[in-house]
Design a protein around this ligand. Structure first.
Ligand code: CO
Length: 211
């Protein structure tokens, strides 16, 4: 067994012991159920762990992660997580959290074929195409990369709002806000992009569903 593999199993035992020292009922209580107020949609990048960044304990955040924190409206995985979070858990907030230095976004700026992932990255390229006049006007490549990361998050926030799941919840008067954040890998801080949706009036008219 590799050292790393053995270490993570040992880590788990230590974690259980330490946790029970502080609260002997910790796991018993958690096993009763979850009512997290927040759904987090973030990047799979190992450096952007949802709970740690926001100081959330187990039970406080429902998490969905994929490459470049995408909200692809035909993705059954994302739709199922969103549906469960909104309609069963009744989360009050959804945060799409991107991060500077995102490899998926970087790949979308280039033309190299990486493999099957090209088809996933294509959704990110669609965001570039939507904003190509602005993005192409940024001369500094790193600055363009950063802005692309931010614009990608904003688009995913709007893509969440466009789903029938979210619009139906708003129509039923459910309290549900969607926010966009970017995490700084080299600072640890998140930036709130100040894109907040709480009604389908915030969407382009063509996306507003009438029920
Ligand atoms: Co990433």
């Amino acid at each position: 067994m590799s050292d790393f593999y053995k270490k993570i199993l040992d880590n788990n035992k230590v974690w259980v012991e330490k946790t029970l020292e502080t609260d002997p009922n910790y796991f018993k209580d958690l096993a009763k159920g979850q009512t997290p107020p927040l759904l987090w949609i973030g990047c799979s990048d190992s450096r952007v762990p949802a709970n740690e960044i926001i100081g959330a304990k187990p039970g406080e955040v429902f998490v969905h992660r994929n490459i470049a924190n995408m909200v692809v409206h035909s993705d059954m995985n994302m739709l199922s997580v969103l549906d469960y979070a909104v309609n069963v858990l009744k989360v009050k907030h959804v945060i799409v959290c991107g991060h500077y230095g995102c490899g998926g976004v970087k790949a979308a700026m280039g033309n190299d074929s990486i493999g099957i992932i090209d088809n996933w990255i294509r959704h990110i390229k669609d965001v570039y195409r939507l904003h190509n006049t602005y993005l192409d006007s940024i001369v500094d490549e790193n600055e363009r990369f950063n802005k692309f990361v931010e614009l990608n998050v904003k688009e995913q926030v709007f893509d969440l709002g466009k789903t029938s799941i979210v619009q139906s919840a708003w129509k039923n008067g459910q309290e549900l806000s969607i926010h966009g954040w970017v995490y700084g890998l080299n600072s640890g801080f998140v930036t709130d992009l100040d894109v907040n949706l709480s009604s389908n009036n915030d969407l382009d008219q063509v996306y507003q569903l009438k029920f």
